[in-house]
Design a protein around this ligand. Structure first.
Ligand code: FMN
Length: 191
C-alpha cells in the first residue's frame, strides 16, 4: 500500500468484529511503530496490551469517564445532534467490542512534557497507519484518560504517564470521513 493512500484513508474505527488478533501481529506492528522519531532519541513510549477480564475493567472506567467528563462537553458541541452523543456514549460503554486495547504510556524524561508527549504521539500515528495497512483499525482515545489513576491501578503501572487508549480490531463499520479544514497553512517569504 502506498503511504499517501494510508495517510488519507485511515479512519478512527469505533466498532469491531468479534475476531481475535494474533499476538504476533500486534508484536510486529508495535515494533514497527517504535521506529518513530523521538526527542533526544529517548524512545520514551511504553505499551500495555490488554484483553480478557482486565479489558472489561478498562471498559468500566471508560464508561465512568464518559459520564463524568465527556458527556457534558459533547452536549455543548453537538447540541442538535443527539445521534452523535448516543454513538459516542455507546463507544465509551463498549470500546467498540474491540478484542484488545493498547494502553499507551510515556516515561518522563528530562526533555520535558512537550517533547515526551510528541514522541509518543508519533509512535501512535505510526501504529494507526500500520493497522490500516493490515486491514485492522483502531481509535486513538484520550477520553478515558480523564481517570488515569483508576486505569493505572487496573494495569498495575505506577511510574509512567498514561497518554492514550487504543481499542484495536477488525473494523465492523465504514467510518464517516470528517472533512479536513481549510486555511491551516501560512506561507512566509515565498513571493
Ligand atoms: C489526541 C487524540 C485524542 C482522541 N480522543 C478520542 C476519544 O477519546 N474518543 C473518540 O471517540 N475519538 C478520539 N479521537 C479520534 C478523533 O475524534 C478523530 O481522529 C477525528 O474525529 C478525525 O477522524 P479520523 O481519525 O477518522 O480522521 C482522538 C484523536 C486524537 C488525535
Amino acid at each position: 500500500m502506498e503511504l499517501k493512500e494510508a495517510i488519507k484513508n485511515r479512519r478512527s474505527v469505533r466498532k469491531f468484529k468479534d475476531v481475535a488478533i494474533p499476538k504476533e501481529k500486534i508484536v510486529e506492528l508495535l515494533n514497527l511503530s517504535m521506529w518513530a522519531p523521538s526527542g533526544m532519541n529517548r524512545q520514551n513510549w511504553y505499551f500495555v496490551v490488554v484483553k480478557g477480564e482486565t479489558k472489561g475493567k478498562l471498559i468500566e472506567v471508560s464508561k465512568r469517564a464518559f459520564n463524568e467528563f465527556i458527556s457534558k462537553s459533547l452536549k455543548e458541541v453537538f447540541k442538535d445532534r443527539e445521534e452523535v452523543i448516543k454513538e459516542s456514549e455507546r463507544f465509551f460503554e463498549t470500546l467498540g467490542n474491540a478484542p484488545l486495547v493498547i494502553c499507551v504510556y510515556r516515561t518522563r524524561t528530562i526533555e520535558g512534557e512537550l517533547t515526551d508527549i510528541q514522541s509518543v504521539a508519533a509512535a501512535i500515528e505510526n501504529l494507526l497507519l500500520l493497522l490500516y495497512e493490515e486491514g485492522l483499525g483502531g481509535c486513538w482515545m484520550t477520553g478515558p484518560v480523564h481517570l488515569p489513576n483508576d486505569l493505572n491501578k487496573i494495569l498495575g503501572v505506577e511510574d509512567k504517564k498514561l497518554q492514550a487508549l487504543i481499542p484495536v480490531g477488525v473494523p465492523d463499520v465504514t467510518p464517516f470521513i470528517p472533512k479536513r479544514k481549510e486555511g491551516r497553512i501560512e506561507w512566509i517569504g515565498w513571493d
